[in-house]
Design a protein around this ligand. Structure first.
Ligand SMILES: [Zn+2]
Ligand SMILES: [Zn+2]
Length: 367
């Protein structure tokens, strides 16, 4: 089996050329497509050194965590929840063991906890996703929750974290992920249509710093999956899922070069988070994001003269893509109460007052 190397260097411009004022620093060197055991042989070539710690949850342990542990003779860590408490306790152990590299085997929560530990412990970080479910894989921020005294999860925005140095996609694992997690990945990328326009709104109304190269990366991600929606291949075919993986990396790089989720998370993610918390995280992230994207895209089309003019980027086109990607676009299909959706639109932006979006501009109220 050969390993395909997807290098990011050709997509990222020197900061002088962009002129945005961001540093365009990004640690991810490559995404490798190949069998895990063969890809792990390349760790040394990418400067990734032992001793290794491997993070997983009980499910991803069975899928690949156990194999990675054995191959590397590493120390194992079970991630129980995407919370600061869990991440801090892991960080303490990692420091005691003086590890050089942490490796995440899993989906969003495992990767978020691991990348936070990598950042706080100043360690190398390798991500081995088990599903193409969100663009957090390669992002520089971690979505972690605080736990309130009553045990509720409280979200106050992402924490600083380290993007991976290397991502390994084993397509035999990724392509057999549950279909709703594959759908979720497409939904998370679709959101760039709204997040970019929210960012432009902040640029135009408030003079917020804006990076054209990050926009190009986000649109490259988006166009990659729109291609798959237009051709005749199924959304979960090997080629489509591989394209989705590349899109997730490109979107991560958009965030990476500006060191913030700004290019990839606007009002649609605020609405989505509200729904996710309302549903105790039982809706896949990207599916909640797709619902947020449709709602906020519609709001932009109505209110924002700077909304996309391209047919491919219209709300009508979005609805067609969602059908192709098997993402339910209607509230009733997901049993989302109308009240919860109204609350998400009228309240969610208040938790992120500093991240200006179309919701901050027009402050919709429930009447
Ligand atoms: Zn997302
Ligand atoms: Zn730039």
């Amino acid at each position: 089996m050969t390993i395909e190397r997807f290098h990011l260097a050709r997509f990222i411009k020197p900061p002088e050329e962009c002129g945005c004022g961001f540093k365009h620093e990004y640690s991810l060197k490559a995404a490798l497509f190949g069998r895990i055991e063969e890809c792990l042989e390349l760790l040394d070539e990418y400067g990734i050194r032992p001793p290794y710690g491997v993070f997983y949850d009980p499910i991803t342990y069975e899928i690949a965590g156990m194999d990675v542990l054995k191959i590397l003779g590493a120390k194992g860590f079970v991630v129980s929840s995407p919370t600061y408490d869990d991440a801090q306790s892991k960080l303490k152990k990692v420091k005691e063991l003086k590890l050089g590299t942490v490796i995440a085997v899993g989906g969003g929560s495992v990767i978020d906890v691991t990348r936070y530990v990598a950042y706080e412990g100043n360690l190398n970080f390798v991500a081995i996703p088990t599903a193409p479910s969100n663009d957090g894989i390669a992002s520089p921020r971690a979505a972690l929750y605080h736990v309130s005294q009553t045990g509720e999860l409280v979200y106050t925005g992402t924490a600083p974290a380290k993007p991976p140095d290397l991502v390994i996609f084993d397509m035999s694992i990724i392509a057999s992920a549950p279909k709703k997690l594959i759908s979720s990945g497409y939904g998370d990328i679709l959101s760039k249509l709204v997040s970019i326009k929210d960012w432009q709104l902040a640029r135009d109304d408030l003079g917020e710093r804006y990076c054209k190269n990050a926009e190009e990366l986000a649109l490259a991600a988006l166009n990659t999956i729109i291609e798959t929606a237009k051709d005749r291949k199924e959304f979960d075919s090997l080629n489509s899922v591989k394209a989705l993986c590349k899109a997730l990396i490109l979107s991560g790089a958009a965030m990476g070069i500006v060191g913030s989720t700004r290019p990839a998370g606007g009002s649609e993610h605020m609405v989505a988070r509200h729904l996710e918390i309302g549903f105790k995280r039982k809706i896949p992230h990207g599916v909640a994001v797709a619902i947020g994207t449709l709602a906020m895209g519609t709001f932009h089309e109505l209110k924002n003269p700077n909304w996309w003019k391209e047919d491919d980027y219209s709300v009508e086109s979005m609805k067609k893509y969602l059908e192709k990607w098997k993402i339910p676009g209607k509230l009733e299909q997901l049993n989302i109460p109308v009240d919860l959706m109204v609350e998400a639109i009228t309240e969610s932006w208040k938790s992120r007052p500093e991240r200006y979006t179309i919701l901050h501009k027009f402050k919709p109220c429930s009447e």
